[in-house]
Design a protein around this ligand. Structure first.
Ligand code: NAP
Length: 460
């Protein structure tokens, strides 16, 4: 009896910690605490489960723990830029686990499984199987093991939705006739195929949104597993996972001005051909690191706008040096953070936090936008789409309507990038042709380093 109380207590505290973890993870200043709370919650959840009287043998659990640790440690050490595919791989493992547990529950209980439990069990294995192969495909695309471009053919959506519909019909038959054991393998097999087919038409660059959607599916399937196993903790943790993944997908889609259906069926990420033609006839003004540093040194207020290029170049520590050098000169320096700058949610916040930039200097889009007209210099470092004024003015642009950072309203704009190549959306950026814009061509890390040297007097 006492053990049962300990288990209940562990679960209760774990649940509270999971909720607090989500709350704390939503702000940079409390994010580390959020990670600790989540980890402690997981330790309590696993610890409590290991105390169950129902466990007759610990040998297999121990083997699984050792195996999980062996796989988990290298997964935890991947580069920041590889986190999206690492996350997708974790979802694949979770979804495989849910599917296997559901399968075991089915064969142990059938044909005496009550209808409600059977319905939830079917939902669990359908979501689990499609999330398993879908997440593996997403990992493959992001890691560039599989081709990144969307692969489409006529009638694709019809084929995909039919696969899903067939699995649902089979599940309904199984709920009504639990004796039809032979249908069960199909309820696993067809969603496995659906998971692959679902990801085939989605471009590699859309994967972060899809991953958070898969995260949501994995959470829902875990919650369903909670009903089947009668575990309140699993139901709560799965529901938290499912809803937070869904909310994140909605936020990302909104920030990219895309609908869910456009992400899932839009085959976005195909090469756009309009960008190059417009570029040829237009001229841009470029400047050297020396000129850029003089302009920065003469400013009173500077806003730095980081993007994907800063992440690729790993320039965040140089950016910190730049921040220090400018602040020392009494210049007011802030950072303008777009919600989908980079390639995953929070990408810029994490990198800038790694470089110890004070949190209160990072302003989100809505807070920084009113400041641009009063800003002397905006320094864009490897960002492109999130600063593209075509989103406000050009109705024919694929990003029309996407909320952007209004950097073109500042007095002077300087943009560090290597070439005139477009960013993720594959479109030209009219910002670069404005009289007030200076292009600083070069690698983000190298160029920022050069500016810092000029500012700190080490340039000659
Ligand atoms: P972006 O539009 O993709 O542009 C990045 C720019 O960085 C490129 O124009 C590139 O130009 C430059 N660059 C690349 N490597 C560089 C280097 N080593 N040094 C200097 N510059 C470099 O990036 P963004 O403005 O951050 O916008 C993010 C885009 O990703 C948005 O379109 C968003 O919708 C999409 N997206 C974001 C997420 C998310 O969750 N954050 C998820 C999915 C999609 P050069 O090649 O000329 O250097």
């Amino acid at each position: 009896m006492a053990t049962e109380h300990i288990i209940e207590f562990c679960y209760l505290v774990a649940t509270a910690l999971f909720i607090l973890a989500l709350k704390w993870l939503s702000a940079p200043s409390t994010a580390r605490r959020g990670v600790w709370a989540g980890e402690l919650g997981m330790v309590l959840a696993i610890g409590g489960t290991l105390l169950h009287h129902g466990i007759v043998e610990y040998r297999w659990i121990l083997i699984a723990l050792v195996l999980g640790t062996i796989i988990g440690i290298p997964l935890g050490l991947v580069q920041m830029t590889a986190v999206p595919q690492r996350t997708a791989l974790s979802h694949a493992c979770g979804a495989l686990c849910v599917t296997l547990v559901g399968t075991a529950e089915f064969y142990l209980g059938t044909p005496y499984i009550p209808r409600f439990t059977m319905a939830v069990l079917c939902l669990e294995v359908i979501l689990g199987s499609l999330t398993f192969t879908g997440s593996l495909m997403a990992t493959g695309k992001l890691q560039e093991i599989l081709p990144q471009r969307p692969i489409t053919y006529r009638g694709q959506n019809f084929v995909n939705l039919s696969l899903l519909a067939i699995s649902i019909v089979l599940a309904v038959i199984l709920v009504l006739h639990p004796g039809q054991k032979s249908l069960f393998p199909l309820i696993i097999f067809i969603p496995l195929i659906f998971g692959v087919m679902m990801i085939v038409p989605i471009g590699g660059a859309d994967m972060p949104t899809v991953i958070s959607l898969l995260n949501s599916y994995a959470g829902l399937s875990a919650a369903a597993m909670g009903f089947v196993l009668d575990s309140k903790l699993l139901i709560i943790a799965g529901a938290l996972d499912g809803s937070s993944g869904f909310i994140l997908s909605v936020i990302m889609s909104k920030a990219m001005n895309r609908s869910f259906s456009n992400v899932l069926f839009g085959a976005f990420g195909q090469v756009q051909t309009t960008a190059g033609a417009a570029q040829e006839t237009r001229t841009v003004h470029s400047a050297t690191a020396e000129e850029a540093s003089s302009i920065l040194a003469a400013a009173n207020s500077v806003v730095i706008v980081p993007g994907y290029g800063m992440a690729v170049a790993q320039a965040q520590h140089k950016v910190r040096e730049l921040f220090d050098a400018l602040t020392k000169k009494g210049i007011d320096v802030k950072f303008g953070i777009h919600p989908v700058a980079g390639r995953m949610p929070g990408h810029m916040n994490v990198l800038l936090a790694e470089a110890d930039i004070p949190y209160d200097r990072l302003l989100d889009m809505d807070s920084i936008n009113p400041d641009f007209p009063q800003t002397d210099v905006v320094l864009v470092i490897g960002a492109n789409d999130v600063t593209n004024p075509a989103a406000r003015t050009d109705q024919s642009s694929p990003i029309f309507g996407m909320p952007i950072l209004d950097v073109d309203k500042a007095r002077t704009v300087m943009v560090i990038k290597r070439s005139m190549n477009p960013g993720f959306a594959g479109i030209d950026n009219p910002l670069y042709y404005l009289d007030k814009t200076l292009m600083l061509f070069g690698d983000a890390k190298g160029f920022v380093g050069d500016i810092v040297r000029e500012l700190t007097g080490g340039g000659h």
